[in-house]
Design a protein around this ligand. Structure first.
Ligand SMILES: [Zn+2]
Length: 69
């Protein structure tokens, strides 16, 4: 049910863009189930599991490159 379209390579390796929740230990790539909360100061990543806000300042590209609607 939660299958992603990206299943080609390095899926088990922690790579750039992968977040880790210090509270519940949920981990996953940015493009997965993390919540993106944006405001005037930027975007934050919120854990979908426990709701804690993850500091995303360690990530250079917090937003997906293409998000057209
Ligand atoms: Zn969490």
């Amino acid at each position: 049910m939660m299958n992603s379209s990206d299943n080609d390579h390095n899926r088990t390796i922690q790579q750039k863009g992968t977040f880790f929740c210090f509270k519940c230990e949920h981990s996953g790539h940015f493009s997965q189930d993390w919540l993106k909360i944006c405001d005037d100061s930027g975007c934050s990543i919120v854990c979908p599991n426990c709701g804690v806000k993850i500091d995303q300042r360690t990530v250079q590209d917090p937003l997906a490159p293409a998000e057209a609607d």
